[in-house]
Design a protein around this ligand. Structure first.
Ligand code: NI
Length: 169
């Protein structure tokens, strides 16, 4: 297992469209293990492959308190989303230190392959529903700050670029 560097907003690679995973093979298993380790190390509840510069449709999530219930979504698709929406405070490992409100469907149904390549049906509400929608956005090249006003987004961009420069010093 190994930690993988997480791309930071506004890195343009975060805007790439992910392609379907072709085969759930050893390479994908290794990637899943590395992404889980990276997510846990960073204290995140979700990580999309796009965030570690692998542009394939793969997401790992763990919203449990104990950090021992990993959920692996390969080639996820949302098959139903509630009309009812909620505004939730979101954060992202690619935009550290920034939290803001995003409106999303409060419940969803999704399908995905699991770690063993088996089809799984997921019904989610609350935090898990938010997290799945947030991570699936990453696969479409979308970071949550893109839902915010241009003013807020620019402020975040400036802050992130400044932060990156400071880290280079
Ligand atoms: Ni994110």
């Amino acid at each position: 297992m190994a930690l993988i560097p997480i791309l930071l907003y506004p890195d343009p690679r975060l805007n790439k469209l992910a392609k379907p995973v072709q085969a759930v093979d050893r390479r994908i298993h290794q990637l899943i293990d590395d992404m889980l380790e990276t997510m846990y190390e960073a204290n995140g509840i979700g990580l999309a492959a796009s965030q570690v510069d692998v542009h394939e449709r793969l997401v790992v999530i763990d919203i449990s308190q104990e950090r021992n219930q990993p959920l692996v979504l390969i080639n996820p698709e949302i098959v139903w989303a509630s009309e009812e929406k909620h505004l939730n405070e979101e954060g992202c490992l690619s935009v550290p230190g920034i939290y803001d409100g995003v409106e999303r469907s409060s419940a969803i149904k999704a399908t995905a392959l699991d770690r063993s390549g088996k089809q799984q049906n997921i019904e989610a509400e609350g935090l898990l529903a938010v997290c799945i929608q947030h991570e699936m956005d990453h696969l479409l090249g979308k970071v949550f700050v893109q839902y915010l006003s241009p003013l807020k987004r620019n402020r975040i961009k400036t802050k992130m670029i400044k932060l990156a420069r400071e880290e280079l010093r």
